[in-house]
Ligand binder design. Sequence first.
Ligand SMILES: C[S@@+](CC[C@H](N)C(=O)[O-])C[C@H]1O[C@@H](n2cnc3c(N)ncnc32)[C@H](O)[C@@H]1O
Length: 282
Amino acid sequence: MRALDDAEFDRWVRLLEARTGVIVPPERKPFLETGLRRRMRETGHTGFQTYYDELVKGARGAVEWASLVDHLTVHETHFFRHPPSLALIREEWLPRWLDAAGADASLHALSIGCSTGEEAFSLAMVVDAELSRSAPERRFGVTATDVSQAALAVARAGEYPMRRISEIPTAYRAQVEALDDGENFRICDRLRKRVGFACVNLLHASRAPLRKLDIIYCQNVLIYFARERRGEMLDALVELLQPNGLLVLGPGEAPGWSHPQMRRTGGPQTLAYLRNTKETQA
Ligand SMILES: C[S@@+](CC[C@H](N)C(=O)[O-])C[C@H]1O[C@@H](n2cnc3c(N)ncnc32)[C@H](O)[C@@H]1O
C-alpha cells in the first residue's frame, strides 16, 4: 500500500476532528497512518481513498467508524495517574462535601475519556475508602465515558495484568483480587458495581442523560483537542455540575480558561475548580 499523501492526511485529520474533537498535528502523521493501516488490514481495504469514502457513507460506515476510532486515539492510562488530584478529592473536597450535603445525599462522579477504566476505578477506590471510614451510610456512583468501544470493553471486564498492581497504593489493594490464572487481577465486585461505563463522545456530553454531578474528572483528554474547542467543552461540563461540584483537569490542560460560575480550588500541583453556589457567587 502506498504512503498517505498530504492531501489525504488533511482529509483524515479533518474527519477525526469533526467527529471526536481530537486534532492530529503533522508530526503525528505516522501515528495516524499506522492506525489506519492496521484497521485497513483487518478489514481488507487496500486504498485510503476507498476506505474513507466507505467510512463516511451510511450505516455500514458508522459501524466501521466505531472500530476505527479505537485505532486513532491514544489510550495510555494508569491507576492513580495523578496523585495530587486524588489527594485533593480525599483530603479537601470530600470532607467539605460530607459536612455540607444533606444526610441522605449520594455522591455522583463522572470520569471523561476513561480509556480502559483505571482512572474511574482509582476515583472509586478513593471515594469508597473515605466514605467507608467516615460515612458508611453514604452511597456513591461513578459514570465513566469514552468514545472507544474497545477500551470500554476492557474497562467493563475490570481485569488487568498483575504487573500493574504496583500502580495501586498498598492502602487500596484490598479492593482488587488476584485471579486464579496468577497473571491478572480484577477490581472487586463491590467496587465494579459502583462504576458504570458508557460510550459517550465528549463533543456531545451535554446531550447525554447524566444527572447533576458532584465530581467531573477529565484528564489527558482535552490535550488532544484544539485550544479553541477546549473552552467550549469545559463550558458545557460546567452545566453538568452541582453547586460546589468539583471539576478536576490535568495541570496545564485549560490555558486561559475561566468561567463566571467557577472558582479555582486546590494547590499549584492541581488544576481544579468549584462551581459557585448562591453564597459564593461574586
Ligand atoms: C490518553 S487517554 C486518557 C485516559 C485517562 N483519562 C487518564 O488520564 O489516564 C485519552 C482517552 O480519551 C478518549 N477520547 C478521545 N476523544 C474523545 C471524545 N471525543 N469523547 C470521549 N472520549 C474521547 C480516548 O478514546 C482515550 O481513551
